[in-house]
Design a protein around this ligand. Structure first.
Ligand SMILES: [Zn+2]
Length: 462
């Protein structure tokens, strides 16, 4: 790749001084950022053939979505306005439990397309079931040009919390699910110039035996691999853990060795002060998913309290039936707003803090603190350009505020990962947008037809 100079933009560096550079420039050579500064300064030093004029654009680090279900893009809107148990038992599990590998691949591509188009460059896919086809998804990730951590689902108990209710098509065998994880790790981890990472994905509390959790912790530690799981998403998790293990879910996870700096807990809504202290001490990461938590009425995570105690809290969009979009810019707005109303404190969670969660904290959560999350020389060139001409961003008085409070994913114009332009002027170069949209529509209607799942809707279709 020839050297590239992004010039004349408003560069939001997120460096240690949190500099925002007007008429700024970013020099990219190969896969890395080699310089950041004022455009005229960089012009004096470099004259690359390839430049991008970023005037009236924000230049930000690529957004990092730390909790994604790739397989749920295909079932977007399929489980709205229902209780969590119905959401899982009547809609999400029967639909996902009838996926084949082609559905898994098309859903993953649709999801990645949406993420690229809304400025996400890295993500953690939290539960890849065998039936979704790990190889097809990993190939799609390679093709997309994005950076991803794919966690293979591991489970040996067909339950969710205390409910023995898991849908047949979602059940996996303990030994086999663990072996497949290590096989996929050997096959894919570090591939595509390090863009593909394979993680361990123990299913939520209740779906693994204590012995299996301990083996997961051990196998992941041996490989220095990441672990991600849903924890304390709903209040029932607390009751279940207290009854079964006589301790909180966090204390239990710590006991079996799951809490490490390589671990990302999704949701972490129901935490005590002691749990927060444990997460801080073990340097366990949390992915905050405010849309999912509010839509399913799970509760509101104690994010400002966690941040105050030094817990690394990143952000996640979760899935198509729980959010229902994979747009980190919209997610940032909700993350900023709900804590203000929960704590009756408009000064909590300023726009800059939320942007840090979506970039700097995300990089730390995926184990790439020194390599991603800011625009600085030496970092990998994962860069997003956001259009400041969008009418809802005008008159561009306050750039980070405009992005977090007024922006949407559709304002994203250009996306660069590993120094490679994967979207320019909203044209995705790595994935065939038109083809994916057509395939997703076909696959989704075939899936609904063969499962017989009837959607929840209050619309009066004629
Ligand atoms: Zn989830």
């Amino acid at each position: 790749m020839e050297p590239l100079l992004i010039e004349h933009g408003v560069v939001v560096t997120l460096d240690a001084d949190r500099r925002v550079i007007r008429d700024g420039a970013v020099m990219v050579e190969g896969t890395h950022i080699t310089d950041v500064g004022k455009t005229d300064e960089l012009h004096r030093m470099y004259a690359p053939a390839h430049t991008i004029n970023a005037s009236r654009k924000l230049v930000i680090p690529g957004l990092i979505d730390c909790h994604v279900h790739l397989a749920q893009a295909l079932i977007r809107g399929c489980a709205d306005d229902v209780s969590l148990l119905d959401w899982l038992g009547k809609y999400v599990w029967p639909l996902q439990g009838n996926f084949d590998a082609e559905d898994g691949k098309v859903s993953a591509k649709l999801c990645m397309l949406e993420m690229i188009k809304s400025g996400t460059t890295s993500f953690i896919e939290s539960m890849t079931h065998t039936r979704y086809g790990f190889d097809g998804i990993a190939k799609a990730l390679e093709e997309s040009g994005m950076r991803g951590c794919l966690a293979k689902t591991i489970m040996d108990t067909p339950a969710y919390g205390r409910k023995q209710m898991m849908y047949e098509g979602m059940i996996e065998d303990g030994e086999r699910s663990l072996t497949e994880t290590t096989t996929m790790y050997d096959r894919w981890n570090g591939k595509a110039n390090g863009r593909i990472n394979v993680w361990f994905g123990p299913r939520s509390l209740g779906a693994c035996s204590k012995a299996l959790y301990e083996r997961i912790a051990e196998e992941a530690a041996k490989r220095r691999a990441g672990i991600t799981m849903h924890l304390c998403e709903v209040k029932e998790d607390l009751q279940y853990a207290r009854r079964k293990f006589t301790k909180s879910p966090v204390a239990f996870a710590n006991q079996v060795g799951l809490l490490t700096p390589r671990t990302v807990l999704a949701h972490a809504v129901w935490l005590t002060d002691r749990d927060i202290a444990t997460l801080s001490k073990t340097r366990t990461n949390v992915s905050h998913c405010p849309s999912s938590n509010t839509k399913l009425a799970s509760g509101i995570a104690r994010v400002p309290e966690m941040l105050k105690k030094g817990v690394n809290v990143a952000m996640g969009c979760d899935g198509g039936p729980s959010n229902n979009s994979y747009d980190m810019i919209r997610e940032m707005k909700l993350a900023a707003y709900i804590h203000k109303v929960r704590l009756s404190d408009p000064m909590t969670m300023p726009a800059e803090t939320v942007l840090e969660m979506a970039t700097v904290h995300g990089a730390r959560a995926i184990g790439m603190e020194g390599k991603l999350g800011t625009l600085e020389p030496g970092k990998l060139a994962d860069i997003v350009l956001v259009n400041l001409d969008s009418v809802h961003m005008v008159p561009n008085n306050n750039h980070v505020s405009d992005l977090v409070y007024a922006g949407t994913g559709t304002d994203v114009d250009t996306v660069i990962v590993d120094g490679r332009i994967i979207m320019e002027n909203r044209d995705v170069k790595t994935l065939n947008e038109r083809e994916i949209i057509g395939e997703a529509r076909e696959r989704a209607s075939a899936l609904l037809a063969r499962t017989g799942v009837k959607l929840t809707t209050h619309s009066n279709y004629r």
